[in-house]
Design a protein around this ligand. Structure first.
Ligand code: ZN
Length: 53
């Protein structure tokens, strides 16, 4: 199990804070990427950092 894997229950409620679209992992599973606006969000210790700067 990867260190930064987000648990399924949390993942199911995640949405982009900017446009409310679904988020998916990037290729290396180190970030989440919005399926619509393509904004990337970092994952820290299994917790996605969903902040709009
Ligand atoms: Zn978005």
């Amino acid at each position: 199990m990867a260190q930064d894997t987000i648990n399924a229950e949390l993942f199911s409620i995640l949405a982009c804070p900017k446009c409310r679209s679904d988020l998916v992992y990037n290729d290396t599973k180190t970030k989440l990427v919005c399926t619509k606006c393509r904004k990337e969000y970092e994952i820290k210790e299994g917790i996605p950092i969903l902040m709009v700067k």
